[in-house]
Ligand binder design. Sequence first.
Ligand code: UDX
Ligand code: UDX
Length: 487
Amino acid sequence: MDLLKLNCHTGSFLYFKSFRIKYGSRRFLPQKFLGMKICCIGAGYVGGPTMAMIADKCEDIQVTVVDLNAERVDGWNSDDLPVFEPGLTEIVLRRRGKNLFFTTAVEDGIREADVIFISVNTPTKTSGVGAGKAADLRYVESCARQIAEVGGGDKIVVEKSTVPVRTAHSVQEILSSAENGHSYQVISNPEFLAEGTAMKDLEKPDRVLVGGTVTPEGRAAVDVIASIYAQWVPQERIIKTNLWSSELSKLTANAFLAQRVSSINSISALCEATGADVDEVSHAIGADSRIGPKFLKSSVGFGGSCFQKDILNLTYLCEHFGLPEIAEYWTKVVEMNDLQKKRFVTRMIDAMFNTVSEKKIAVLGYAFKKDTNDVRESPAIDVCRYLLDETAELRVYDPKVEPETILSTLGTKEGEDSVSICKDPYEACEGSHAIAVLTEWDEFNDLDFAKIHAQMKQPAFLFDGRNVLDLKALEEIGFRTYGIGKG
Ligand code: UDX
Ligand code: UDX
């Protein structure tokens, strides 16, 4: 039997059967990962950047990212990566073909790996029990079944995808029922990277969370995963927990962050009614060290693949475990977000003499935040849909989002209906009645607004859904301006 002896930081020795890592005699696990192979299933916004960082920091580890989607894999093997993240291309180019590989050969990747990260998508269910709330775990389950079928030795299986609490239990059950003679340890290692700053978040994380079963084998597997991150993350930032705490911490972190945004957005409505300025309120309350300044930027609403999905997931769990009041409490965070998007459009309509019908609106920014090409749950989608319902004509510009993505999320085609995609902001604004800034791209601060104003229908309206522009200066040019939470 090929036994691996792991020298854990307590000085005791743990054993993880036939795990082929050689390790040194240092205080904390392997000095080198000679021959260690990682496979990540899912080459998405999470899997791609995370694996690129591991490959860059651990040159002894061979990292293979597999994905069913051949187009996506081709993208990762080209110069035009499918995910835009500042700093990502440099790392991928540095490691690709050396110890970082992207392939559709899923089974080979699984078979050869010692450690498998599952990083596939877990969208909200659209039908059946829990529709609209529960996470659809079909991809996670199919990964587990595939791992069990393929075999290839003992493995550590890491949940990277955000999943409901106790999913690891299901994954473990599927793996254990394989009867292929191999043993598997399931670990929860949720991602905390935010898009647009993913590489920074991966390089200097506030914490890395690794959860495992409370058994000698489980602890040993936790130590193996922790030791990978320990190559560049200080040990005090690596938190080891049991499986369920790790899974629940991920949902809770996102729920708390989203709650802060919804809380300040709720106050923005009161600011607009009273004449207070929400940015001033944020600054004042954020100066209290108990509250802190982050995630207090009022906006047209939060978006992204995680916040809404994870809260809905949390509420579903609460209901499932007989805690309807707790579910209701968290549901309000999502409802507040929906209200914020509706309020933004209502304010536009009110300002523009109670109608936007057949008026041209320049939409600046479509991504859910700056520095990403991701539009999942972007507030821009709902805002644009509401405006289209009011029969407005939209001229959309975003520096990174593909035109086809914008059109498909609005259920339209170029040249059809009332949406056109513009190649620059000036084209979008020319002849428009109003501008709606929906993503905080830095480049919007550098626009020549005097030139834009001169080319717009008068009176020219500007609605800053991100509070990034100097509204006073724009008023002086002649715009009628409206910021979030500015009365
Ligand atoms: C996803 C989840 O949305 C998030 O909750 C989780 O924390 C990490 O995984 P992301 O990487 O942004 O985040 O998803 P996405 O960009 O959709 O990538 C998932 C990839 O998995 C896709 O490229 C898809 O083709 C691939 N996939 C999906 C597989 O290779 N096999 C499958 O069975 C299902
Ligand atoms: C989030 C979490 O931050 C990350 O830890 C987790 O792993 C995935 O989900 P992400 O969705 O990529 O990351 O971006 P984030 O920076 O959290 O922003 C989410 C949304 O909230 C964006 O639409 C952003 O514009 C909005 N937001 C954020 C605000 O409106 N105001 C703020 O103060 C902060």
